[in-house]
Design a binder for this molecule. Structure first.
Ligand code: AMP
Length: 286
């Protein structure tokens, strides 16, 4: 049987209301589609926590900057629906833009501190767009649980923050990054890579891994650890590091100098490879 595809907030709410009145717990995975095994893992994981799982597919215009890839972002709905059947998702919410942003829409969710850090320095307005749409999707689905990938570590932490700050009755779960065998983090944007770029892209994870090995071997100086990452990426001339920061994984506070005992650091990076921007991160102490 094919998965019900829901187009409106009203229908979505009715379905969830029926499930909840039948004592079913609802899990939710927001996505922008072009699904891969990383997305599917989130669905599978949620199925262990709840009886019903909703996946949304919405390429959110509000989180793309004017010169970003909104128009070329891959849209592969028929394939996505087939993949979601393999993991037995219970409903797919595919609203169109005017359902989410009706005429006159003007209320934005914004994080005062974290929006401007890490990716936020290079993508102004991006996280306002993310928080606003996730807030709106949460209103439509009213999930008990929501799963996010740590591949987008900053996004995951900012959503946890929003849920706490707004007292939303939702448990936010963070899932480990799913990678190709050679270490490249799965991403819908990997489709943009040429075969040569695809061959070189694992240098990013290799650099993160080298830094983690050094951390485990006792290197605690942020400059040394970032140098180790830079060394790996410098093997490919066309790859430019947009940023490589080490932050406290609890609160994304920047770490500089010698990392104190008791802090769990995460190295977060963005690399621009010709016109493709790739992000990744690794929790050094885990
Ligand atoms: P996106 O469709 O890129 O907006 O991603 C939807 C969700 O899937 C987000 O919570 C992402 O963090 C998560 N995700 C994307 N790629 C991966 C991956 N390689 N491993 C785990 N989660 C992922």
């Amino acid at each position: 049987m094919s998965i019900p595809t829901i187009l409106t907030i009203k229908e979505m709410r009715q379905l969830v209301w029926r499930w909840k009145s039948d004592d079913k717990r609802v899990g939710f995975v927001p996505t922008m589609g072009a699904l891969h095994s990383g997305h599917l893992k989130l669905v599978e994981h949620l199925s262990e926590h709840c009886e019903k799982v909703v996946v949304s597919i919405f390429v959110n215009p509000l989180q793309f900057g004017p010169n970003e890839d909104f128009s070329r972002y891959p849209r592969t709905l028929p394939d996505d629906l087939r993949l979601l059947e393999t993991v037995k998702a219970d409903a797919v919410f595919c609203p169109n833009s005017s359902e989410i942003y009706p005429k006159g829409f003007q209320t934005i969710v914004s994080n005062k501190e974290l929006s401007g850090r890490l990716c936020g320095q290079f993508r102004p307005g991006h996280f306002d767009g993310v928080l606003t749409v996730v807030n709106k999707l949460f209103q439509a689905v009213s999930p008990n649980f929501a799963a996010f990938g740590k591949k987008d570590f900053q996004q995951f932490k900012m959503i946890q923050r929003m849920v706490t700050d707004f007292c939303m009755p939702i448990e936010v779960l963070g899932m480990e990054t799913i990678r190709e065998q050679d270490g490249l983090a799965l991403s819908s944007r990997n489709r943009y890579l040429s075969s040569e770029q695809r061959e070189q892209a694992p240098l990013i994870f290799a650099g993160l891994n080298d830094a983690k090995k050094a951390w485990k071997a006792g290197e605690k100086t942020t400059a040394k650890l970032t140098e180790i990452f830079q060394l790996s990426v410098s093997k490919c001339n066309e790859m430019k590091i947009q940023y490589c920061d080490i932050v406290d994984s609890e609160n994304l506070n920047p770490l500089d100098g010698i990392i104190e005992e008791g802090i769990a650091p995460v190295m977060i990076v963005a690399v621009v490879y010709n016109d493709v921007r790739l992000i990744d991160n690794l929790e050094l102490g885990v």
